[in-house]
Ligand binder design. Structure first.
Ligand code: DAH
Length: 335
């Protein structure tokens, strides 16, 4: 019987948690403490107990009853106090519109890119933002003391760790894990120790691409990129390559796209050149393939580092990068 009493108390407290209004509270009171309620029905059994048990059980039952009554009283008071009583309620007023959220422009473009690459057989991968010096730099042919480290101002964390400065940190991780042939993109957040202005942020997004197989060449890279760009800009976009240096590709390039505003005629956005810089890319350096456990005699590949944030700015003609992470609804509501 003591067990039953304790169970009753526990059930009561868990039901009490679900009480939202005084009607329900009143029901609960009848159920547990009413004349025909659960406590009363247990107490009716006291008379059948052995004489020596009666006082103990009786006392417990009284204690529980007292406790429950007290808690009821307190809960009732709280509910009364907080009850929302609409005053001057005017049923003829129009309802309030609920605002529905939507995707951030960066997410919109990221999803478009993911979809376009998925169609070309690329898988999408995520990876650590807190990274080791090794995967962010050394494995990519950027040893300690290499001047290329200076081009990526880095947030260092204890123990030779850092916040990744680029999504290229996943190149060697992926090759180690999946080997070749490999086809993947790695969209994600990257960090630079920069002071911010209209075109610099400490946190932004890139999408790295990596394709490794036998006989991969620049032609494959151009074809893949053209297909991607037409998915993002919804029309055919011309591209061109200029030489560029990045320690983890050889040869390395800067890929430009024909200016999407003047379509090549020359305007202020493309500084009258007709071309806009889009992304660095190149053929994966043999040293990087080796670091990933592959034989560079057998495999080759291309890699690119698409500035996702940059692409978003181009697509929507946003002239200040800081707007993207400002949380300013006047800006965000436009997408
Ligand atoms: N990770 C480089 C950066 O953030 C960009 C880059 C250059 C990525 C060339 C690549 C590449 O994959 O091939 O500055």
């Amino acid at each position: 019987m003591e067990k039953k009493l304790r169970e009753l108390k526990n059930r009561f407290f868990s039901e009490l948690k679900t009480v939202r209004d005084d009607d329900f509270l009143a029901e609960l009171k009848i159920k547990y403490l009413g004349r025909k309620g659960e406590l009363a029905s247990i107490l009716r059994g006291v008379k059948d107990l052995a004489v020596e048990e009666k006082p103990r059980v009786g006392q417990l039952a009284n204690e529980i009853k007292k406790e429950l009554l007290e808690v009821f009283g307190r809960t009732e008071a709280i509910i009364k106090k907080s009850a929302i009583r609409p005053r001057n309620f005017d049923s003829s007023l129009p309802g309030q519109r609920r605002e529905i959220g939507h995707l951030h422009p960066s997410t919109i473009v990221q999803e478009e890119i993911e979809e376009a690459f998925a169609k070309l057989g690329f898988s999408i991968f995520d990876g650590p933002q807190l990274e080791s010096d090794y995967y962010n730099f050394t494995a990519l042919n950027i040893p300690e003391d290499h001047p290329a480290r200076d081009t990526q101002d880095t947030f260092w964390v204890e123990g030779k760790n850092l916040l990744r400065t680029h999504t290229s940190n996943l190149q060697v991780r992926m090759l180690e894990k999946y080997g070749a042939p490999f086809r993947g993109i790695f969209p994600g957040r990257v960090f630079r120790y920069e002071s911010t202005d209209a075109s610099h942020e400490h946190t932004f997004y890139q999408t790295e691409g990596l394709m490794v197989d036998r006989n991969i060449n620049i032609g494959n890279l151009i074809a893949v990129m053209q297909s991607l760009l037409s998915a993002v800009f919804h029309k055919k976009v011309n591209v061109r390559l200029r030489p560029g240096f990045f320690p983890f590709v050889e040869p390395g390039f800067e890929m430009d796209i024909e200016c999407f505003i003047c379509e090549g005629d020359g305007c202020s956005v493309c500084k009258q050149s007709g071309w806009v810089e889009l992304m660095p890319c190149g053929l994966v350096h043999p040293g990087v393939l080796k670091a990933g456990g592959l034989d560079p005699e057998e495999y080759s590949g291309f890699a690119f580092g698409l500035g996702l944030t940059r692409l978003v700015m181009m697509k929507y003609r946003i002239n200040d990068i800081r707007l993207l992470q400002s949380g300013d609804l006047r800006f965000l509501k436009q997408f």
